[in-house]
Design a protein around this ligand. Structure first.
Ligand code: DON
Length: 305
């Protein structure tokens, strides 16, 4: 039997199905053919209840929603001071793929834009016989509470067309923000963007952040509270790129979107909302994702700041 929350989410889902603006991401050929009608809304609480409607078990690539998680792993590996020397925490007000590097130091404005995310990925080294990417994948899986895999198809397509991201990595190398061969971290960044998740996973990943880093179903403390605070702070100020100010004013929740059509928003201490719908707005965020989260935040009075 459906709960009243699921009835509410289903009614919202049905209503927003009418919203047909936007197009799936076109820059990565394997993503351009994503099903524009796929649509899911989930809500997960810090005590591990998941409410899900629509295509909540359909997998898609996480894309930029991986950025706060890999940044969190870099913070745990190196500490905030060392990471701050490489990546700033200032909203750039620019698009996700802008160059946004400090003129003198080459430090990326924040870890949510591609330049900052590639720098964060470069900080993840292998350990215990595992390479850096295995640790990134494992971290995402621990947040989701299940094993995750990579879409080799999307990875190959992004790797074949990712000239701008490679140029960003080369620039970061020229400033010594990336200290080794930039080819390796940028490939890991493409792989990290190609991790397959579903909307239920995103809701639980967000609920883990809402729960101070403890996965609500497995009970594992995945990252420290200090790390969570920093992850949520940069999501609030920079997670929605050049739409961050309007988003925070209207919705007031730390959030992250990805060009795969996923969106994850977090109400610390309580819950997370996730949406999956591939058609995107001009900022690269899911049109229905924005609309659904705005409605839920307003109708449930979740505005946090
Ligand atoms: O690097 C890129 O451009 C893509 N793999 C990810 C961009 C993305 O998801 C931006 N978010 N809305």
């Amino acid at each position: 039997m459906r709960s009243p929350i699921e009835d509410y989410l289903q009614a919202l889902h049905d209503e927003l199905t009418e919203l047909t603006d936007g197009r799936p991401f076109q820059n990565i050929p394997a993503m351009a053919e994503a099903n524009p009608d796929a649509f899911a809304i989930c809500l997960a609480t810090v005590d591990g209840h998941v409410y899900e409607v629509g295509d909540s078990r359909e997998e898609f690539t996480i894309q930029s929603i991986s950025k706060p998680f890999t940044y969190g792993l870099a913070l745990e590996d190196h500490g905030q001071g060392a990471v701050d020397q490489k990546i700033d925490v200032e909203p750039s007000g620019d698009a996700f793929n802008e160059i946004s590097l400090a003129r003198d130091t080459g430090r990326p404005a924040n870890p949510m834009i591609n330049a900052g995310a590639i720098a964060a990925t470069s900080l993840i080294k292998g350990s215990g016989g595992r390479d850096g990417f295995a640790r990134i994948l494992d971290l995402h899986a621990r947040f989701a509470g299940r094993q995750l895999s990579v879409s080799e198809r999307v990875y190959a397509s992004e790797a074949a067309t990712g000239y701008r991201n490679r140029a960003l990595a080369d620039l970061l190398r020229s400033f010594d923000i990336i200290e080794d061969d930039p080819a390796h971290p940028v490939e890991n960044y493409f792989r990290q963007c190609s991790i397959r998740v579903n909307a239920r996973d995103l809701a639980l990943m967000g609920a883990t952040l809402a729960n101070g880093g403890r996965q609500p179903v497995t009970g594992e403390q995945v990252v420290e509270m200090d790390t969570v605070q920093r992850m949520l702070s940069v999501m609030l100020t920079c997670g929605m790129y050049d739409d961050a100010g309007a988003w925070t004013s209207a919705v007031g929740l730390p959030a992250k979107s990805g060009v795969g059509g996923g969106l994850m928003a977090v109400l610390p201490g309580q819950l997370a909302i996730s949406v999956y719908s591939p058609p995107l707005d001009e900022h690269g965020s899911s049109v229905r994702g924005i609309a659904a989260t705005r409605r839920i935040a307003s109708e449930m009075s979740l505005h946090f700041v």
